[in-house]
Design a protein. Structure first.
Length: 100
């Protein structure tokens, strides 16, 4: 199932009032940047990188646990990732979308 959200007015968007600061899932990469690609069932797919290194993490912020995933070989400026659950295999899937 794919769900899209679209709104022509900010008045229909509900603001979150209970905001909590979360520490970065890893401090292995100094002076890093972070991309959040998606979330599913409380898990968050995070890309942490700097000029010299990059890590793709599957992060569970509640217990503050993360695992480092193998980073795909092909990455370009037009590449993005998603995160979803496949009930058939009872596993999480990370689709990679991009153009050549």
């Amino acid at each position: 199932m794919v769900t899209f959200f679209s709104s022509s007015s900010l008045s229909t968007v509900q603001l979150v009032e209970d905001v909590q600061k979360l520490d970065c899932p890893t401090n292995c990469i100094p002076d890093h940047y972070c991309n959040i690609y998606g979330s599913c069932n409380g898990l968050v797919l995070v890309d942490i990188y700097n000029r010299y290194d990059k890590q793709l993490l599957l992060w569970n912020p509640s217990p503050r646990e993360s695992i480092v995933l193998p980073h795909p070989d092909f990455i370009s400026g037009s590449t993005t990732f998603g995160l979803g659950y496949d009930p058939t295999s009872d596993d999480y899937k990370i689709p990679k979308l991009g153009s050549l």
